[in-house]
Design a protein around this ligand. Structure first.
Ligand SMILES: Cc1cc2nc3c(=O)[nH]c(=O)nc-3n(C[C@H](O)[C@H](O)[C@H](O)COP(=O)(O)O)c2cc1C
Length: 177
């Protein structure tokens, strides 16, 4: 059975992106799914001096190992000021130092959601451009705008958007085979 990991690019306890990842993983029947939380992998603020003095943090190695041992990756990025959140960027920076090809060519469903109407379009564009340079194999993409209007009780309330996600999940599943 394929093993999928999912996580949000956020350290918010009530992360809307984590809720979207959870909903998405629930639909991956026929695979085992593991929902990760950046809060369980605390790492210090990346800096080249700290890296020289102390090496790589264990939690960055652990997180990278989670990606390496998965057959596919589901990510939903939160957008802060049109970019990655500091929490995600920090983990990304550390992992990229350990292994530049950190996404290991695993099929990826890349998502973003925000409370605004653009649904994290800027961070989605940023990741779409950058992740492949770290060996991400982005096979499906989905953005959920205006989260509070379109998501309730653990699922996407807007039928059109829900169908859109289902199509992307199908593409992702196909790539896993
Ligand atoms: C510092 C900060 C900056 C934000 N910048 C943006 C932004 O650029 N675009 C956007 O759509 N939402 C922005 N938001 C609102 C986020 O979409 C909202 O907080 C969302 O819940 C973040 O996702 P998360 O809950 O998964 O952390 C910002 C929120 C914060 C706290």
């Amino acid at each position: 059975m394929k093993h999928i990991i999912g996580f949000a690019g956020s350290n918010s306890k009530n992360s809307i992106n984590k809720q979207l990842v959870k909903y998405t993983l629930e639909q991956l029947d026929g695979a085992t799914a593991e929902l990760l939380d950046l809060n369980d992998f605390a790492v210090p603020l990346f800096g080249v001096d700290l890296e020289k003095e102390q090496g790589y943090p264990e939690n960055a190695k652990r997180f990278l190992e989670k990606i390496r041992s998965a057959d596919g990756v589901v990510i939903s990025l939160a957008e802060h000021n049109s970019a990655y959140t500091a929490a995600f960027k920090n983990m990304f920076d550390w992992m990229s130092r350990i292994d530049r090809k950190l996404f290991n060519d695993k099929p990826m469903l890349l998502m973003a959601s925000s409370t605004g109407s653009r649904g994290g379009a800027s961070v989605m564009a940023m990741a779409s451009d950058r992740f492949p340079r770290h060996s991400a194999n982005i096979v499906a993409k989905f953005s959920l705008p205006s989260f509070n209007d379109n998501f309730s009780d653990g699922s996407i309330a807007n039928e059109e958007l829900n169908e859109e996600l289902k199509e992307e999940i199908s593409k992702f599943k196909k790539a896993l085979q």
